[in-house]
Structures are given as C-alpha cells and as structure tokens.
Design a protein around this ligand. Structure first.
Ligand SMILES: *[C@@H]1O[C@H](CO)[C@@H](O)[C@H](O)[C@H]1NC(C)=O
Ligand SMILES: *[C@@H]1O[C@H](CO)[C@@H](O)[C@H](O)[C@H]1NC(C)=O
Ligand SMILES: *[C@@H]1O[C@H](CO)[C@@H](O)[C@H](O)[C@H]1NC(C)=O
Length: 344
C-alpha cells in the first residue's frame, strides 16, 4: 500500500513542494528569524556593536521590602548581547570592589531587587595567575549580575610547586561549594576565559552536562575537537555525581578532557553545547611568558577510562584543606592535593 503511494509521481511532487514551502517559511528573514524565541532582537548577535559589561547594572537597586521581593523576570531586562572586552589595562582589586557594591564577602551575590530563579556556583581552578584572575573578576561579576543569578565564586588554589591538576581541584571545589548551598548549577570555569555575550546564560541544562565555551577566539571560534569539553562547562550536582566527578589522576592540564567526555558517555549522558554564536569567549594572552605549559600525563595503569571511572573521582577524592577564606570578591580555597608524580 505505502509502496504504491511512494511510487506515485503526484505524491512525490506533493512531498517535494510541501518541503520546499516549509523551508522557505523557515528561512524567510534568515536563520535568526527561526530562533526568535530565544534571541528576539538582531543586536544580540551583532558582534560589531558591543556594550560595556556594567551597562545599566545600577538599575538593579534594593527592593523596598526585602520580605515581599518578587521573583526575578524570566528574562533579565538589562541584557545587551555582545560585550566590550579588553585585557590591556589591569583592573585593581579596589576598583572591582567599588564597581560591584552588592557583592558580599566570599564573592557571593543575590539580586537586590528580586528573588533569583537560579543559584550558580562558579569554580575556578587556580595557581599563580593573579592577573588573569583580576581580569576575570572584573568581567564575570557584572556578567552574572546582569543575568539576575544568585551566585558565589570559588577560587580553588593548588598549594606548592607540583604539577597542576585542574580536574582534581575542580572536584575539591565541588565538594567544598556544596557545603555552602544546594547549588542548582556548577560552572567549571578556566581563569583565562571571558564570555563575550550576556545572553550566554550561566545556568545548567536540565538533562545533560553543557559545554559553554563552544567558540573561543584562540580557536578561531570553532571547536578544537569533536569531544572537546574544556574551558567552561555547566553541570548540575546530579550530573557531576552521576559521572563520579572528574578524574583525580591527570597531572598537567588539557589531558583530562577526553577522559571527561568519555565519563559523560559511560554515565549514560551526552554533551550538549551552547550554540557557537552565543558561546563565544575571549582568551587572555597578554602575558604569555607567565604561565609555562606543562605536559600532561597520568600513571600508566589509569589509561582506560572505561575501567577506572567508577573508582577514580569524587568517591576517591583525598586532599588537605589548608585554608578557606572569604576575600571580598571570591572564596579562596587553598588545598594540598597530595602526591604529584615526578617529571621524568
Ligand atoms: C539602559 O536602560 C535604559 C532605561 O531602561 C534604556 O532606555 C537603555 O536602552 C538601556 N541601555 C542599553 C544599552 O540597553
Ligand atoms: C617553589 O619554587 C620556588 C621557586 O622556584 C621556591 O622558592 C620554593 O621554595 C618552592 N616551594 C616549595 C614548597 O617547594
Ligand atoms: C588564598 O589563600 C592563601 C592562604 O591564605 C594565600 O596564600 C593566597 O595568596 C590566596 N590566594 C588568592 C588568589 O587570594
């Protein structure tokens, strides 16, 4: 029956015309027309016109009655789209504090004018990159406030001179951050990346781990590899625990990313991504000599993620908390993460 229908030239012609008309409607006015629901005005993606990240932030003032604060609007009224970003002048700590009067000790913020719909923890693995950190704080605080989020910024600092271990530091950050609050979303954020568009919302996908930094300027705004999960990503605490967090046994930076992508799969999830026209990031590089790239490696016995992921992660995490202090702009968690394999 269906066979004869498929062979009928009139039916095929009808199908073809139907499809053509559908495509025509879809693309009338360009693809941005199609996504009108999300990106309702063309300026949202016009990167030739940028705005200051502090634009109109002063419109958010303290609600007259703290008890009767309304919920924040579903979409923030002050989003502007593309932001002006430059790393030429190093902002001082004092100036960042002055420009962000509603940020509390420990780098915590709640919108003064409304009840936030989302609570996001920003986790930054860190060592000796003070300049990068200042640039990041200057941009990320107002960026998050524009989105009407409740948030805290955690800087997880590795003590000592051993090889850097980004993934393990993030595991530590997750464990420590969840002691403060039931965060809706954990944002794992490299210290040297700044988001370029305030419509790139720092909230989690309900179902899957979300890779946010889908377009970095240093990779010509394309993904460096198909399974890339580095830079900035957003996971709910449930996603994070389901994949047993990140591996503790990659030393150096970069090598853990393939393992993490594999873990997501093995835990029955997949990676979703911010569309590249929104997930744009600028990478700081003004002081290249400061940070020497270390090669990454891990003990040979740990190569097989399929075998190791259930035993290497949040459930095997060991570290020594050296200090936890509230800086005016972030919570400083300094840890001794233990055994560092010697270079050979
Ligand atoms: C800032 O807010 C004012 C008042 O709501 C508005 O007219 C103006 O367009 C806003 N500026 C930008 C760049 O969005
Ligand atoms: C780390 O390295 C610096 C300079 O290379 C050295 O002065 C310092 O003692 C080292 N610290 C530790 C804990 O090894
Ligand atoms: C974090 O705290 C440690 C220990 O108090 C301190 O040595 C370090 O300079 C602090 N780091 C940052 C980035 O504030």
């Amino acid at each position: 029956m269906s066979l004869s229908r498929a062979e009928n030239p009139c039916f095929l012609l009808f199908l073809f015309v139907f499809q053509a008309v559908f495509l025509l409607i879809l693309y009338r006015g360009g693809p941005s027309h199609v996504f009108r629901g999300v990106l309702d005005t063309p300026h949202v993606l016009d990167y030739s016109r940028t705005h200051d990240v502090y634009t109109n932030l002063s419109l958010f003032t303290r609600a007259p009655n703290e008890e009767a604060k309304p919920y924040c609007s579903a979409q923030s009224p002050i989003l502007v789209g593309p932001l002006t970003i430059t790393f030429r002048v190093l902002p001082s700590e004092k100036m960042i504090i002055r420009k962000n009067p509603f940020v509390q000790a420990g780098g915590s913020y709640r919108p003064p004018h409304c009840l936030a719909r989302y609570r996001s923890a920003i986790l930054v693995a860190y060592r000796n990159q003070k300049k990068y950190l200042h640039h990041l704080l200057y941009y990320i605080h107002p960026f998050l406030q524009r989105q009407q989020l409740s948030y805290s910024i955690y800087v997880i600092q590795q003590a000592g001179n051993g090889t850097f271990n980004r993934a393990k530091l993030l595991n530590v950050g997750v464990r420590e951050a969840l002691k403060d609050e039931d965060w809706d979303c954990l944002l794992l954020h490299d210290v040297d990346l700044v988001p370029e568009n305030d419509y790139n919302l720092y909230v989690c996908d309900e179902y899957y781990p979300k890779h946010m930094a889908s377009a970095m300027d240093k990779f010509q705004y394309a993904l460096p590899s198909k399974s890339f999960f580095g830079g900035v990503s957003a996971l709910t605490p449930e996603h994070y625990m389901k994949m047993n967090g990140f591996p503790n046994t990659y030393w150096g930076s970069g090598g853990e990313n393939d393992d993490i992508a594999t873990r997501i799969q093995l835990a029955g999830m997949k990676i979703v991504r911010t569309p590249p026209n929104l997930g744009r990031y600028k990478v700081m590089d003004y002081d290249k000599g400061m940070e020497t790239e270390e090669p990454w490696r891990r003990p040979a016995s740990h190569h097989n993620t399929r075998k190791t992921w259930k035993d290497d992660g949040m459930n095997s995490l060991e570290f020594k908390l050296l200090s936890r202090t509230k800086h005016p702009l972030y919570t400083n968690i300094t840890v001794d993460i233990g055994y560092v394999p010697p270079f050979s």
